[in-house]
Write a protein that binds this ligand. Structure first.
Ligand code: ATR
Length: 277
């Protein structure tokens, strides 16, 4: 029988993870199945236990279960503990090991796929929820000149920065406090795009030559990327590359081999209408 994996979410029907992992498995010659599993909002733990009991080997976890997965895991990798969120689980007789591959996925997309330099650059991270929390540690490890976390609710940004105090040149603020500052890389980790909105950004936040990166992706440019273009960002990228790269890291975690993400990203781009610029 094939080794069984799946992604748990709510909603999850839209997930591209089954297609991505099927492509990785074919590329690496691994015999596995990977399905999208809709867990009830109050029934994630039960769904996960049923999957393990039925022989599941590992799982991805997406919105809104990443924090709960972190609490359920019996052991955590250091990067999952740091993020306080788990997007990848592996099951073995001794329990559930939780990892978080989101930050590594973002970093690999930025540096390998988009040729973006992070060391010595000024970075702005928009948002202070789960999506932002998973990437602060890996961004700091790449040694930027500055990392500013800005959020609609400034106190939440301050709490997030506090978690990483002493780990690098990190500062937190609200959006109006960004007036007069500019950044080489601006990453949108808010969920504002879901409602067709964007964070309010003062003018000149995007430095000349800057890259605007939206962790979201979808048909057409996201509201954040439209705003970034209008405010002078030189390059735009959506989060499809991050999605594929975090999946590649998860595949390596389970199967011990890092698949080649490039053909899989190209395949997804071919069926989407959003090019990375
Ligand atoms: P996720 O796990 O996707 O990060 P979350 O923890 O609910 O979800 O966080 C959502 C983030 O998007 C928060 O930073 C939120 O800002 P607040 O902390 O002020 O709520 C941000 N967000 C959501 N809608 C937004 C909007 N319309 N404008 C600006 N920020 C928004």
């Amino acid at each position: 029988m094939s080794d069984r994996y799946g992604v748990f979410g709510h909603p999850v029907a839209h997930s591209k993870s089954p297609a991505i992992h099927a492509a990785f498995a074919a590329q690496c010659g691994h015999d596995l199945s990977y399905e999208a599993i809709l867990a009830p909002l109050d029934g994630f733990a039960d769904s996960l236990c049923a999957f393990v009991a039925a022989g599941g080997r590992g799982a991805n976890v997406t919105v809104p279960f990443k924090e709960e997965a972190c609490r359920l895991a019996t052991r955590l990798t250091p990067r999952a503990a740091q993020a306080g969120a788990v997007n990848t689980l592996v099951f073995d007789p001794s329990g559930m090991l939780g990892d978080n591959t989101d930050g590594a996925g973002l970093l690999r997309d930025l540096t390998n796929n988009l040729g973006c330099r992070i060391t010595g650059q000024r970075l702005l991270l928009l948002g202070a929820g789960g999506a932002a929390r998973g990437v602060v540690g890996p961004l700091l490890e790449a040694r930027p000149a500055a990392l500013v976390i800005a959020n609609r609710t400034a106190a939440r940004a301050a709490d997030l920065a506090e978690r990483f105090a002493g780990r690098g040149p990190l500062r937190a603020c609200g959006y109006p406090d960004l007036a007069g500052e500019s950044f080489d890389l601006v990453i949108n980790a808010t969920s504002a795009s879901l409602g067709g909105e964007t964070p309010y950004l003062p003018e000149r936040v995007f430095a000349s030559g800057s890259l605007a990166y939206d962790m979201m992706y979808g048909r057409g440019e996201t509201p954040f990327l439209l705003l970034a273009r209008a405010q002078g960002a030189a390059r735009l990228a959506d989060g499809l590359g991050m999605l594929v790269e975090q999946a590649a890291e998860a595949f390596r975690f389970w199967r011990g081999v890092l698949p080649d993400s490039a053909p899989v990203l190209a395949m997804l781009r071919a069926v989407a209408t959003v090019p990375a610029h």
